[in-house]
Design a protein around this ligand. Structure first.
Ligand code: HEC
Length: 610
């Protein structure tokens, strides 16, 4: 008997950020100001002191074809903008890096030290001299093509999208079908966004159910709008990787055993933040996929904390706070973090409180800026033992003083997908320490937490039901499916799942009544019809069962299970010829179908006896 489990989960990003060729810089040493003081005015030169800072921290974006609006590759370039460089480094606007130092250690940190900032300030103040050419380090070189070498598969967005010349930033999602015919394991993805000057960041989402194509079809233009996309999923298939692109980042290669699965028929959805340039621009990103034959052996999961339901920010409110928390049911290592809010976000905090009371910061951003959002990977995995509570606390500034406020004058803002709405999300990639795939236990904790926030929420009840069902806690699963159906009485997925739960505990009449309801609402819901047929067959209601199996086969002629079930029904009816034909058909479709093989043997033996 086949039980069909279904989950709808909010899908988000698949990882990929970068290590940068940047040194992690420490805080200013106590002695540094004394050391600086010993420099006579004018002793700092570009070639000796400033070029190393710029080449290492700025050139990655500020080179021809890079994300920055101008190059900073030689003395003339830098000299021309020296004053401005002093200002933007002093304010820490450049290089863009949001996390506060001391609140988590990240692998790809790109921050200037206080000492470096001071050196730039002095160099500018003292006349910005060039110095000896022998002191100049080699000019960095940048390869604009694939950073990881030739990909195993290159896919291009089917049609280019034209970004209008002006207006506000555009957040757009493009569906890219992936032409693989067999399942592959992906160890890295590279995104060539095309025009780097207008693409601020990009996220990839994996859509295994092609649900995004519907959204695309509903939108007259290419792609569909919105900043935060929900991808549907039909089985517990949680998002487990961040697939994120930001300018200047090196593509991420998954560690051994952490490749992700790419099925035939999967779409990738690229979620892009685009900034108009003053003239119409064509956008047609290209994605490179790097495969491995190593199947995954470690199963990370993205835990989401959020409290969008609490976001209702009065106009003018300066310090509006939302919180959420999650207590971990297992030992995990946190690998990376992705905080997300829109333009009103101000102070974003994520803190872990361990069972012994110790506090560990997971990230803190005191000057949130959506434009520079990113995934941050920890320099070393952060161990969070079972019983740790992760808490997020985000504050928002909806006053006129917030220069990024999209509304002038400010107005009331609630949660939503548009950039003028707000969001409060924190994604943490964790790897459970237990062997095997134990993510379902985390899913249970996440959904129970979701119920605390939203007691009547369909998704929370449904997903919790599915998690409990897969752990064979069927009575609990049934009561959550029923709650889910109270929220959405005609939801066929929940009706079918409830049917499978009843079927598993042998309450077939109830199972049958739920399956019947599904096929009334959606006659082409083949899984429910198949389950209905099997339940009827178990009750020896053979004729009815045959009708349903025939309908399944009409829609899915290559469904080996349906042929096997139909064969069984004919066998029960005393029709071995038809039975054999369907078992054989099942075996032609799937030669490894053990049940069909066994059934075929039995019916042939029976027939020989007769
Ligand atoms: C991750 C890519 C990136 C890095 C690294 C980076 N920049 Fe920028 N920079 C940009 C982009 C994109 C812009 C234009 C958009 C903006 O101003 O927000 C910019 C703008 C600037 C500006 C103009 C600011 C203004 O107000 O118009 C200056 C000056 C600048 N960068 C200097 C630097 C310096 C100096 C460094 C290194 C210490 C640096 N940048 C590192 C991407 C980068």
């Amino acid at each position: 008997m086949r039980t069909i489990k279904l989950t709808i989960s909010i899908s988000v990003f698949v990882i990929a950020i970068a290590f940068h060729v940047t040194t992690s810089v420490g805080l200013m040493e106590a002695s540094s100001s004394d050391a600086e003081a010993s420099h006579a005015p004018g002793t700092l030169t570009f070639n000796k002191d400033i070029a190393p800072i710029i080449f290492q921290n700025c050139a990655v974006c500020h080179h021809p074809g890079g994300a920055g609006p101008f190059s900073l590759l030689n003395y003339q370039d830098v000299r021309k903008r020296a004053e401005q460089i002093a200002v933007v480094t002093e304010s820490r606007y450049m290089p863009p890096w949001l996390p506060e130092p001391g609140y988590g250690e990240f692998a790809d940190e790109r921050r200037l030290s206080d000492k470096q900032i001071e050196m730039i300030r002095r160099w500018v103040k003292d006349g910005a001299t060039e110095g000896l050419s022998s002191d100049l380090p080699p000019t960095p070189k940048f390869n604009e093509g694939w950073q990881l070498g030739r990909p195993d598969l290159v896919v291009k967005m089917p049609e280019a999208y034209t970004l209008p010349a002006g207006g506000t930033d555009v957040f757009r999602n493009f569906v890219i079908p992936i032409p693989v015919t067999t399942m592959r394991y992906v160890k890295a993805v590279e995104i060539l966004p095309g025009n780097k000057k207008i693409v601020h960041h990009a996220n990839l989402l994996i859509d295994r159910t092609q649900s995004s194509r519907r959204l695309d079809a509903q939108d007259p233009e290419i792609g569909f709008g919105g900043m935060d996309v929900v991808v549907e999923s039909e089985s517990f298939d949680p998002d487990s990787h961040f697939l994120f692109w930001k300018p200047g980042a090196t593509p991420w290669i998954e560690p051994d055993g952490m490749a992700w699965r790419l099925d035939a028929g999967t779409d990738l959805v690229i979620n892009m933040h685009l900034q108009p340039s003053g003239k119409p621009e064509m956008i047609q990103p290209v994605i490179g996929l790097y495969f491995t034959v190593q199947p995954p052996t470690s199963y990370p999961i993205l835990l989401q904390l959020e409290h969008d339901g609490a976001i209702d920010i009065p106009a003018g409110k300066e310090d509006f706070v939302i919180t959420d928390e999650l207590t971990l049911p297992l030992d995990v290592d946190a690998l990376g973090v992705y905080p997300h809010a829109h333009y009103l976000g101000k102070d974003l905090q994520a803190l872990a409180t361990l069972p012994d009371g110790t506090k560990k910061w997971l990230v803190r951003i005191t000057r949130w800026d959506l434009d520079w959002q990113a995934v941050y990977r920890y320099a070393a995995p952060v161990f969070l033992p079972k019983g740790t509570t992760i808490s997020m606390r985000y504050s928002y500034d909806n006053s006129a003083d917030n220069e990024r406020n999209p509304n002038h004058p400010p107005k009331r803002v609630v949660a939503g997908n548009k950039s003028s709405d707000e969001m409060g999300h924190l994604w943490i990639q964790v790897l459970p320490r237990a062997r095997g795939d134990v993510r379902i236990i985390l899913q249970e904790a996440l959904m129970r937490q979701r119920l605390r926030k939203y007691p009547n929420d369909f998704m929370a009840h449904f997903n919790l039901g599915a998690a409990l069902q897969s752990m064979d806690r069927l009575d609990e699963a049934i009561s959550h499916y029923m709650e889910a159906l109270r929220a959405r009485p005609d939801n066929v997925t929940a009706l079918n799942s409830l049917g499978t739960a009843f079927q598993s505990i042998g309450r077939l009449e109830e199972a049958i009544s739920y399956y019947r309801k599904v096929v009334q609402v959606r006659p082409d819901y083949v899984d429910a019809r198949y389950n209905l047929g099997n339940s009827l067959l178990t009750l020896s209601r053979v004729e009815e069962a045959i009708t349903h199996f025939r309908q399944v086969i009409q829609i899915r002629p290559d469904d080996a299970n349906a042929h096997n079930s139909l064969g069984s029904a004919f066998a029960m009816q005393g029709n071995p010829v038809q039975a054999i034909a369907h078992f054989e058909h099942a075996l032609r479709i799937n030669p490894a179908h053990a049940d069909a093989r066994e059934n075929l043997k039995n019916v042939r033996a029976q027939k020989a006896k007769d």
